[in-house]
Design a protein. Structure first.
Length: 173
């Protein structure tokens, strides 16, 4: 049974999970958590720093531990923004599906790369080909994880928030 009042946002880096999540949380009067920010607070290192210093495997282990902690400590009224690679772990996919309604956010690549900071993030490393290859690798995992939730393709943030809000309200009634 899904906990409807926990909404997990997934998707590639730069699709707007944090921005959409903050607006959505404000609109619904839910709490908002950003998994990458939680990791940064706990480790005193950004995900980029953890990747650089310790590698992706270490980051993914920390990510799973913090995801478990979130679901242990929150059971309602929460919007959770997840990192782009959260779906790489089968355990994470199962945790997300079991404990929340998963919303997969997608935006056109042309919109995403307007923000040059996004391309600097690991594992993209300023190469648009890395981004498109990562998307190809993760697409099925995003689809599987959000199969019982919602897939939102958008260009306008307010449109995404509206669609998610409508979905949540229709499921509550």
């Amino acid at each position: 049974m899904q906990k409807l009042s926990i909404i997990s946002l997934i998707g590639m880096t730069g699709v707007g999970k944090t921005t959409v999540g903050q607006i959505l949380a404000n609109r619904l009067n839910f709490d908002f958590l950003d998994l990458d920010l939680i990791i940064t607070e706990k480790t005193q290192q950004t995900p980029s720093e953890i990747f650089s210093l310790y590698g992706e495997e270490t980051f993914r282990k920390i990510e799973t531990e913090e995801l478990e902690n979130i679901f242990k400590n929150h059971d309602k009224n929460l919007i959770l923004s997840c990192g782009g690679g959260i779906v790489l772990s089968e355990k994470n996919r199962e945790l997300l599906k079991k404990n929340s309604v998963v919303v997969w956010l997608l935006r056109p690549l042309g919109e995403i790369i307007k923000n040059e900071e996004i391309l600097k993030r690991p594992p993209i490393h300023n190469d648009i080909n890395n981004y498109t290859e990562l998307f190809r690798q993760r697409e099925k995992l995003y689809a599987e994880t959000s199969a019982n939730g919602l897939k939102i393709e958008y260009t306008d943030i307010s449109e995404a928030v509206e669609n998610i809000t409508d979905f949540i309200k229709s499921d509550l009634h």
